[in-house]
Design a binder for this molecule. Structure first.
Ligand SMILES: Cc1cc2nc3c(=O)[nH]c(=O)nc-3n(C[C@H](O)[C@H](O)[C@H](O)COP(=O)(O)OP(=O)(O)OC[C@H]3O[C@@H](n4cnc5c(N)ncnc54)[C@H](O)[C@@H]3O)c2cc1C
Length: 292
């Protein structure tokens, strides 16, 4: 690891001043589970390291009917997994957290770090995009709210400026009869990064079996998480049965653009998109039967 100057600001304001001052030469550190690994490998050599882990005002999770869910950037994946409020209101998010790394990693890894690191295999993004979540970004000049769907621009790349901090993730209240499922495929099971990740969030009409809304988001197989919009379009307004789910899954696989990688060939990963999309849609729709 190269030499760097280390800061532990106690407030967001001080952090933002440091970011403005040092800009591209600085890096924010939250849990450090991505950043420190990259610094050890010398893939990243910031001159200034700004550790925000002690800013308690950024560690919160709260729900209000009108505003929906607010998650502070320092909230750990373990908190998301264990929160009784999330288990009740956003069980699909708690479920994603259970599939994320080991308990030791989940205890330290933050939601902000997972999103800002922007690996295509990052687990939180697909479900959050499927739930229409937004990111609150702040700098000395003020704040802006960016839909997560527009936040990622490529592997390791986002719209976040060097002087900005992602402070909060905002998730609207899902409509009644909505359920979501995240399907993650890893080659060695458990605590590994996804080879393919698919999130599906489905809303069912109150009196019938038709699908009033659906969002399918593919992770890992594309440079940045993407909606499978053509697959979504054929499901909307339709009575959902096995045939239409198979058709939507085929279309999602066609929409994905996997490359050959050490995690699997492009053809294999495309096939996995098909299988995981099918399973996610079936399970999500099944769960809408019991969703509030
Ligand atoms: C063994 C192991 C297993 C893992 N398993 C998984 C897994 O199953 N699924 C998965 O998705 N990930 C996994 N990861 C990756 C990693 O743990 C997550 O991406 C984690 O959420 C990163 O959060 P962090 O707080 O540690 O981020 P950090 O390492 O502190 O930061 C990551 C990046 O985000 C930036 N950053 C952090 N917070 C902010 C903020 N608030 N505003 C602006 N920029 C910010 C940092 O500057 C840095 O560039 C694993 C990592 C390891 C080492």
């Amino acid at each position: 690891m190269g030499p760097f100057e280390y800061f532990e600001p106690e407030t967001v304001e001080i952090t933002l001043s440091l970011l403005r001052k040092y800009s591209d030469t600085a890096k924010v550190c939250a849990g450090g589970t991505d950043l420190v690994v990259r610094m050890r490998k010398r893939a990243l050599n910031p001159q200034f390291l700004i550790c925000i882990a002690g800013i308690r005002e950024l560690d919160y999770l709260g729900f209000e009917d009108e505003r929906g869910l607010r998650i502070g950037c320092l909230t750990t994946i373990r908190t998301i997994e264990r929160s009784p409020e999330l288990k009740e209101r956003y069980p699909m998010l708690s479920e994603v957290a259970t599939r994320f790394g080991s308990i030791a990693i989940r205890n330290v890894a933050t939601i902000g770090g997972n999103l800002c690191n922007a690996l295509p295999s990052a687990d939180m993004a697909p479900m959050l995009i499927a739930l229409s979540a937004k990111a609150k970004l702040v700098s000395i000049d003020g704040e802006r709210i960016v839909p997560l769907q527009d936040f990622f621009t490529g592997p390791g790349k986002t719209v976040l400026r060097a002087d900005e901090l992602l402070v909060e993730v905002q998730v609207p209240t899902p409509p009644p009869h909505t359920s979501g499922v995240y399907q993650k495929y890893t080659t060695r099971g458990g605590e590994e990064l996804a080879v393919v990740g698919v999130a599906a969030v489905v809303t069912r009409g109150s009196r019938n079996e038709s699908c009033t809304d659906v969002r399918i988001v593919l992770g890992t197989v594309v440079p940045a998480p993407m909606r499978a919009e053509k697959a979504e379009a054929i499901l909307k307004g339709k009575i959902v049965d096995d045939e239409i789910v198979e058709k939507a899954s085929d279309i999602a696989a066609d929409e994905s653009r996997p490359r050959d990688s050490i995690r699997g060939s492009a053809d294999y990963r495309r096939e996995m998109v098909r299988v995981l999309t099918r399973d996610a849609l079936r399970q999500a729709f099944e769960r809408t039967q019991s969703a509030r």
